[in-house]
Write a new protein. Sequence first.
Length: 497
Amino acid sequence: MKMTIQTSVLTLKNYINGQWSEPISKQYEEVINPANQEVIAYAPLSTKEETELAIQAAKESFHSGIWASKTTHERAAVLVEIANKIDEMAEELTILETLDNGKRKDEASFDIADAATAFRYYAGLILHPDGETYPVPDNVQAMVIKEPIGVAGLIVPWNFPLLMAVWKIAPALAAGNSIVFKPSEVTPVTAMKLFEIMHDAGVPKGVANMVIGHGDPVGQTIAESIDVDIISFTGSTNTGRKIMQAASSNLKKISLELGGKSPNIIFADADLETAVDYGLFGIFYGAGQVCSSGSRILVEESIYDEFVARYIKRANNIKVGPGLAEETEMGAIVSEQQMNRILNYIESGIQEGATLATGGKRLIENGLDKGFFIAPTVFTDVTNDMRIVREEIFGPVVTIQKFHSEEEAIQLANDTDYGLAGGVFSNDGAKALRVIKKVRAGITWVNDYHPTYVEAPWGGYKQSGIGRSLGKYGLEEFQETKQINIRLNVEPNGWFN
Ligand code: NAD
């Protein structure tokens, strides 16, 4: 396979109160490229102590007004500068993201471009403030204004390291908050580059802080802190539960973007080639390590056999390999731990009686043995009580089920604890809309799967989360809402004599 890029080993640092700092523990851990297990960086193993320093820096900067009191024009100018610098560094960021996460290079390239777009979008949004005013009884004028919340704790996973960071950092800063950010310990590399960019773009000292380390202690300290006013978390549903409990310390606002087990419903009247294509794209993009993956394909009885035959043929042709290799169509699994987790799920599917139609194994041929690769895996003959149908696998594993009626498709689609995403393929527009409206999920598609746009809200129903990222909703997550009542006749009210 043709590899083009070499990288040197970086030593990552924390960024606290405008300064780059080594971890107090002086301890680091290796960050590896999952395509070949080469060390690409050393990441700080930070402690509770420096997490608290970062929180205090954010708190002081917020109350100083150094950022919160800037005009929206001034804040927007900094955000646009960050976007421009991301664009200038796009190639370097793309390569680092590919090496760190293992994804295919052009997937990383989309992430970096989307990150710049998100900063520009929120710069634009705050230049169009909206407010409300009501003439209410008693000669009073009521007004509703938005204010920053204060210190925002931001915690993200490893699957879209830079993009998930930006989906939080851009709106949090746009709204005027100060932030304490924690990247995933598995993929912290591009976050350091982003903080260098923010430093250079003029984000004031103390406003943006980053602590690299493990969920416990760093994330847990942020979630528990009584000086953090909102926690915005993206990650697994189990960690989301812990965050929710920790956040009760000061009843901080919470925003949770969690896991999914999303249905992709294919009706017999769909364009079959398109449905097969998006059925593959829906699960094998990002090697299935995408929260909104269409991991449960539901196919109408009359086209089931044909769909499955075509689907398996194409799944078998997907070229799996290192993200930087030009011919790669699906990249690596992010870590050995995640690979083993996926292989265990595959084993459980076989044990529970599902038919392994293709894949189901680690790939080790052609030099892939040095990395973590799993073949695109398809299970058929599954039932809704199997773990591979109920639990989020977060890997390139899909189940295909048959349905006999519109009602059964909806029932199967909604028979899940999750409610993140879903898709419907049909050439009957009325039916497609009727069904997608019944799917209990926050992010849905008709004759499409996966693309999302910064203008529209992102988030889940049920155990897939609380709140929404992106769009105006994403900004509102980081804002308090205040009513101001102004009496127009200034005189005593005479309630007490
Ligand atoms: P994870 O929950 O293991 O970790 C996510 C982050 O939380 C990491 O930074 C981790 O260090 C931190 N963390 C772990 N324990 C913590 C604790 N006790 N307190 C505070 N922070 C803690 O998730 P992951 O394995 O990194 O990512 C995969 C998961 O993320 C999947 O479930 C996926 O569906 C979900 N995800 C959801 C979305 C979405 O928008 N809904 C997007 C991407 C990923």
